[in-house]
Design a protein around this ligand. Structure first.
Ligand SMILES: *Cc1c(COP(=O)(O)O)cnc(C)c1O
Length: 388
C-alpha cells in the first residue's frame, strides 16, 4: 500500500467535500476588463490590474525593447553576475517613488518577506501581525524562528497588549490596503504604538501602490508618514501591471538584505523585461496621465460603493477608498454558487474561500479597474441583484 498516494487522495477528496477544492481555469486572452474565460467573453471583475497597465501598449513595447537590449533572462543571481543596469535603475526609481533611501527588488512580492523578515528577527524576538495579513508575511515570520503573535483585525488595544507583553526586538507587520477586505490599516495609530513600545514597522503596500496617494505611492504617502515606517514592501505585479517585488528603507537596511535575505541571494535576478516594465510603470504612475487614471479609479470606487449600497439593507461601503469590494456570503458553497450565477450572466467575480480568507467568511472579491466603464459597473450591479 502506498501511504503517500492514499493520503493525497484523502486530502483532495476532503477539499472537494468541503467545497474548498481549487483548480486552474484558463483564459484564452491577455488580461483586461474583458477576457475570454472558459471559452466565453466575460467582464473581468477579479484582477488586481487596477489601472489596466498589464496590457498597456506602451509597456508591451518597453518589454520588447528590454529583451532586445538585455536578453530574455538575467543569467544568474544578482550577487553572482546577474546584476544588470536595469535592475539598479528600477531600484533607484522605486526608492525615489517610495521616499526611501534605497530599495531592493525581488522576483516576486511573495519572496520579499520570506527573505526580509528572517534577516531582521530571529529566536527571542517577536513578529506581530494583523490577523488578516497575507500568507507571505506569515510564512516569512515562521521562517524567521521569532515568536509570532496575532491581533484581531484592526484591534489596536489588542496590539498594545501584545507589545506590552513582548520582549526582544518587536516587528509589527501589516498590509496597508487589506487584500481580501479592501479596508485600510489604521497606520497612524499603529505608528504611535510602535514608537511608544520601541517596535519596528513593516508595511505591505501590494494593493495600495498605484492606487492611493498624490503620486500613487500608497497609503504611507497619503498619510505622510514615510519617515516613521522602517520597512516598506510591495509588488510590481498589481497596479503596476508587471511582476516582481520590492523592499524599501534605509541604505543600511538594504545592505543588510543584500547580505542576508535568502530569497534575494539564492534566486536568479528578475527578467530584464519585467524590471524594465516595472520601472516604466512607476514613472508613468507619477505622470499626469497616471494621475488622471488614478482619479478615474477613485471616481469608480465612489460610484460603485453607492451602487452596491443600494443592494444591501445597510450600507456596506461607507467612505470606501480601495478598488477591492468584498461581498461576504459566509458559506463556501453559497459563495461558489453566487459566483457561478454571475458568471452565467457574463461577469467574472471569483469566489474567495478558506484558506485565503477565514472559514465561513467566503466571499466574492469584486475588484475595479480604471478601465471599466460606468455601464460595465452598472451591469455587474444588475447581475448581482439577479443572482442574490
Ligand atoms: C499579491 C500579494 C503579495 C505577493 O506579490 P506577488 O508579486 O504576487 O508575489 C504580497 N502581499 C500582498 C498583500 C499581496 O496581495
Amino acid at each position: 500500500m502506498n501511504g503517500f498516494a492514499q493520503e493525497i487522495d484523502q486530502i483532495l477528496n476532503d477539499l472537494e467535500r468541503n467545497h474548498l477544492k481549487r483548480g486552474l481555469r484558463q483564459s484564452q486572452t491577455a488580461t483586461g476588463v474583458e477576457i475570454d474565460y472558459l471559452g466565453k467573453k466575460v467582464l473581468n471583475f477579479s484582477s488586481n490590474d487596477y489601472l489596466g497597465l498589464a496590457s498597456e501598449p506602451f509597456l508591451k513595447e518597453v518589454a520588447i525593447q528590454a529583451i532586445e537590449k538585455w536578453g530574455a533572462g538575467s543569467g544568474a543571481a544578482r550577487l553572482v553576475c546577474g546584476n544588470l543596469k536595469i535592475h539598479e535603475a528600477l531600484e533607484e526609481a522605486t526608492a525615489h517613488f517610495k521616499g526611501a533611501e534605497a530599495a531592493l527588488s525581488f522576483s516576486s512580492g511573495f519572496a520579499v518577506p520570506l527573505g526580509v523578515i528572517p534577516a531582521l528577527v530571529g529566536k527571542g524576538d517577536t513578529v506581530i501581525f494583523d490577523k488578516l495579513s497575507h500568507a507571505c508575511l506569515i510564512d516569512g515570520a515562521k521562517l524567521s524562528g521569532a515568536k509570532i503573535r496575532v491581533f484581531p483585525h484592526q484591534n489596536l488595544s489588542y496590539l498594545e497588549k501584545i507589545l506590552k507583553e513582548s520582549s526582544g526586538k518587536k516587528l509589527i507587520v501589516t498590509e496597508s490596503i487589506f487584500s481580501m477586505d479592501g479596508d485600510l490599516a489604521p497606520l497612524r495609530e499603529i505608528i504611535l504604538l510602535k514608537e511608544k513600545y520601541g517596535a519596528w514597522l513593516m508595511v505591505d503596500e501590494a494593493h495600495a501602490t498605484g492606487v492611493l496617494g498624490e503620486k500613487g505611492a500608497g497609503l504611507i504617502e497619503l498619510l505622510g508618514c514615510r519617515s516613521q515606517v522602517e520597512i516598506q514592501m510591495g509588488t510590481f505585479s498589481k497596479s503596476l501591471g508587471s511582476s516582481g517585488g520590492y523592499v524599501a528603507g534605509s541604505r543600511r537596511l538594504i545592505e543588510l538584505f543584500i547580505n542576508r535575505a535568502r530569497s534575494f541571494i539564492f534566486s536568479t535576478a528578475p527578467s530584464p523585461a519585467s524590471s524594465a516594465v516595472s520601472l516604466a510603470a512607476i514613472q508613468w504612475v507619477q505622470s499626469k496621465e497616471g494621475n488622471q487614471r488614478r482619479e478615474s479609479l477613485q471616481k469608480h470606487i465612489l460610484r460603485f460603493s453607492a451602487k452596491l449600497n443600494q443592494l444591501s439593507p445597510t450600507p456596506l461601503y461607507t467612505d470606501h477608498q480601495s478598488p477591492i469590494f468584498p461581498w461576504i456570503v459566509g458559506d463556501e458553497n453559497k459563495a461558489l454558487e453566487l459566483s457561478q450565477r454571475i458568471l452565467q450572466q457574463g461577469a467574472l467575480t471569483v469566489a474567495i474561500r478558506y484558506p485565503t480568507v477565514p472559514r465561513q467568511k467566503a466571499r466574492l472579491r469584486i475588484s475595479l479597474s480604471a478601465k471599466h466603464t460606468n455601464e460595465q459597473m452598472d451591469c455587474l450591479k444588475g447581475m448581482i441583484q439577479r443572482a442574490l
